[in-house]
Design a protein around this ligand. Structure first.
Ligand code: ACO
Length: 335
């Protein structure tokens, strides 16, 4: 059964045009970093990483390859799939916690790289939840007829803020980018509904202390390794499972859908055990669950978008994400 055959509660939310994803594209760097190589860098083992996370390898961007480069490559692929030229793009939203630099926005750099001269451009920071936050924001512009074509990219060079001496975190993350073109496509419901949320009280579970106005770069901040991400793994894990389950159930409820009606469940690719726990609690069967974290690790905002490239037209998909902030989000999309 597709969403078309049933009037969903989410349809009643629409006051304007529907918003569909008409093209997706992804890019990952060439260099592969395996668990075996990590064994030589920190006190860890392939066995520990595999059983605790499911990750076998991740991609690492080259020294001279930046977030904007990966974002631009993913964007060009999404544009090709959607049949969209650079000049047609009205708005570029880049979801990232690893911008090329604090300012100008990475979105402006991508705008230049792809030649989208007519586009407004800004960055959006919602950590690993950035892609769903991004498509939810883009939807407002499409629904309201403000813009016809919006490019949303989740892109990260997490290797640049990873402490390669900290075994608690360095085994988890990878680099990459995933892009989507959002437009009104007549005859499909597209983005049925999205629910996004945040809990700033738990901002200290996953954060990077240095580099902002609170702690600008000094020799002391560098010596204290404050320009790398820090994480309370266990608490982050618990919160991820709780909030992802709640968000998934909320969007399914809004659409009057059972999880069995979902063709593909794409959870944030942080940890295989988080994926399995969420899938189990919402009742998704293993064959419905998309997993690529064994190949790419956690690519933060890029992960949901990288995964989205595997879907067929007309499929109903459930995207669920979680990230620093804390932030979370879920979306039901008719592809
Ligand atoms: N290799 C070997 N041992 C390790 C490693 C490693 N790479 N990392 C930690 N350990 C050790 C710890 O030091 C600890 O040892 P101790 O008991 O002697 O102190 C032991 O392994 C167990 O550690 P736990 O924290 O209990 O391990 P846990 O089962 O919780 O797994 C993990 C740790 C994988 C980090 C898990 O907690 C997790 O995935 N958390 C969520 C992470 C996540 O999703 N982050 C991203 C959020 S999204 C975003 O915005 C980026």
């Amino acid at each position: 059964m597709t969403a078309k055959s049933k009037k969903t509660r989410a349809q009643h939310d629409f006051q304007g045009r529907t918003c569909s994803i008409t093209g997706v594209g992804s890019y990952v760097p060439e260099k592969i970093l395996t668990n075996a190589e990590l064994e030589k860098m920190v006190d860890t083992s392939d066995e520990w990483i595999t059983t605790r996370t499911g990750i076998k390898e991740r991609r690492i961007a080259a020294k001279d390859e930046f977030t904007s480069d990966m974002a631009a490559k993913a964007a060009l692929r999404a544009m090709k799939m959607a049949g969209v030229t650079a000049s047609q793009i009205n708005l570029i939203i880049i979801a990232t916690v690893t911008p090329d630099m604090p300012f100008p926005s990475t979105a402006c750099l991508v705008q230049h790289k792809i030649g989208a001269k007519n586009a407004a451009a800004f960055d959006l920071e919602a950590a690993c939840s950035g892609f769903i936050y991004g498509i939810e924001v883009a939807k407002q512009f499409i629904m309201s007829h403000t813009y016809d074509t919006v490019l949303v990219v989740g892109a990260e060079k997490l290797s640049s803020i990873t402490d390669w001496k900290d075994r608690n975190t360095c085994v988890l993350f990878g680099d990459g980018a995933g892009a989507a073109i959002l437009q009104h496509r007549p005859g499909t419901q597209g983005l049925l509904t999205a629910a996004v949320g945040a809990d700033g009280e738990k901002s200290d579970l996953l954060f990077m202390p240095g580099g902002g106005s609170r702690c600008p770069a000094t020799q002391g901040s560098v010596d204290a390794r404050m320009h790398f991400l820090r994480m309370e793994g266990k608490e982050t894990f618990k919160n991820a499972v709780q909030t992802m389950c709640a968000a998934a159930k909320e969007v399914l409820r809004r659409c009057d859908l059972e999880v069995s009606q979902i063709k593909c469940f794409i959870p944030h690719q942080a940890n295989r055990r988080i994926v399995d726990a969420v899938a189990g609690r919402i009742g998704a069967k293993p064959e419905q669950v998309f997993v690529n974290l064994h190949k790419y690790g956690n690519t933060s905002a890029a992960s949901a978008a990288i995964a989205a490239g595997k879907i067929q037209r007309g499929d109903l998909i459930l995207l669920v994400v979680f990230g620093s902030g804390l932030t979370w989000g879920a979306a039901v999309i008719e592809w």
